[in-house]
Design a protein around this ligand. Structure first.
Ligand code: 13P
Ligand code: SF4
Length: 305
C-alpha cells in the first residue's frame, strides 16, 4: 500500500491532467476530504459540479449523489470511485412503490428527499434536502403533500409545515441507530454542551436536540454557537471539518454507531484507480434525467432564507 501523501500527490496530478474536479461529501473518510477540491453536502456538491468548467467529476459520496451530478451536468463525465457505494434509505422506495402510492392519492404532489434514485425523482413533483425541506413542502400549491422516502425527516417537517402530510416508511439505518438514552448520557457527562442532530434521527432524539440541521447547517451552527462543547448527532465523517474549522471547541459524537458503511467505502486507492481507468461512470439516461431535473429545478426555485 502506498503512503497517503504519495497517493494524494498522484491523484492531484491526474486531476490536473484530466481537467477533473474531485468532490467529497461531508461523511467521507478524512484523507478523502483532505484531498478533494471541494467538500460539502450532497446538493451543494452537485451544484458546484455544474458551475465548474471541469470535463470530469470524481464524486466521492454515494450513488444518488453522483446521479444528481449527472442530472445537473450531463456534458461532464461523472465518476463514482466505488459503484457499490449506495444509500440504503434511497433504495427503500422503488419506482413501482411510488407509482402505487401516487395512485392512492391522485393529485397529491410528491416531495422527494434528494436521497432517492434518479428514476424516483423523475416520478416526483419536487425535490428537497434536509436544509430546505420545510420551505419546499410549504411552497407546494396543494393542501396535502406526500413525502418520500424518510419517515424521520417527514415527521420532523410535519411538526411545523402548514400542510397535511403523509410519507413513505423509509429511514436511514445509520441515523436510526442513535437512541435518546445515548444523548442523555453524553449530556450528563458534558452538562454545558449543546446537542445538534440531523433530521434523519428518530423523533425521540429530535425532541431533546438544541438544534436540528442538515450537514451544512451543522458547520454554521458549530461556528455560531457560544457553547464550547457540541454533542453531534450525525455521521462521524462530519467531525473532520468541524474540528479543523473550530480549534477552540470540543466535538463529541453522540454514539459510536454513527458510521455510514457506504460512505466509508471509497479509499484514496479507489480514487486513483478510477482516475487512471476513467471507468465507474454514472450516467443518467435522458428520458429519466429530464423529468428528474424538473423536480430538482423546482426545488432550486424555492427562495432561500
Ligand atoms: P446532506 O444532504 O446534508 O448532504 O446529507 C445526505 C445524507 O446522506 C445524510 O445522511
Ligand atoms: Fe444514506 Fe444514511 Fe448513509 Fe446518508 S448516512 S448516505 S442517508 S445510509
Amino acid at each position: 500500500m502506498k503512503p497517503t501523501q504519495e497517493l494524494q500527490k498522484e491523484i492531484r496530478a491526474l486531476l490536473k491532467q484530466k481537467n477533473a474536479l474531485m468532490l467529497a461529501h461531508n461523511y467521507q473518510r478524512d484523507e478523502v476530504q483532505e484531498t478533494a477540491d471541494i467538500c460539502g453536502d450532497s446538493l451543494g456538491l452537485s451544484q458546484a459540479a455544474a458551475q465548474s468548467d471541469a470535463d470530469m467529476i470524481v464524486f466521492c459520496g454515494v450513488h444518488f449523489m453522483a446521479e444528481s451530478a449527472s442530472i445537473l451536468c450531463p456534458d461532464k463525465t461523472v465518476i463514482l470511485p466505488r459503484l457499490d457505494a449506495g444509500c440504503p434509505m434511497a433504495d427503500m422506495i422503488t419506482v413501482e412503490d411510488l407509482r402505487k402510492e401516487k395512485e392512492k392519492r391522485p393529485g397529491v404532489p410528491v416531495a422527494a428527499y434528494v436521497n432517492t434514485t434518479a428514476e424516483v425523482k423523475a416520478l416526483s413533483d419536487i425535490c428537497c434536502t434536509s436544509a430546505n425541506a420545510v420551505k419546499v413542502v410549504n411552497s407546494v400549491k396543494s393542501d396535502g403533500v406526500y413525502m418520500i422516502p424518510d419517515r424521520n425527516l417527514s415527521m420532523y417537517v410535519a411538526r411545523t409545515a402548514k400542510k397535511k402530510m403523509e410519507w413513505w416508511d423509509g429511514f436511514c439505518p445509520t441515523h436510526e441507530k442513535l437512541k435518546s438514552a445515548e444523548v442523555l448520557k453524553a449530556k450528563e457527562k458534558y452538562p454545558h454542551a449543546v446537542f445538534a442532530c440531523h433530521p434523519e434521527c428518530r423523533p425521540e432524539v429530535i425532541d431533546i436536540a438544541d438544534h436540528v440541521c442538515s450537514t451544512s447547517g451543522m458547520y454554521k451552527f458549530a461556528k455560531e454557537t457560544k457553547a464550547k462543547t457540541i454533542i453531534v448527532g450525525t455521521e462521524m465523517g462530519i467531525l473532520y471539518r468541524l474540528k479543523k474549522e473550530n480549534p477552540g471547541k470540543k466535538f463529541i459524537l453522540a454514539s459510536k454507531s454513527l458510521i455510514c458503511p457506504n460512505m466509508k467505502l471509497i479509499t484514496l486507492e479507489d480514487v486513483l484507480e478510477a482516475l487512471q481507468k476513467t471507468d465507474r461512470v454514472v450516467k443518467v439516461p435522458e428520458e429519466i434525467r429530464i423529468p428528474a431535473k424538473k423536480a430538482l429545478d423546482r426545488m432550486l426555485e424555492v427562495p432561500r432564507d
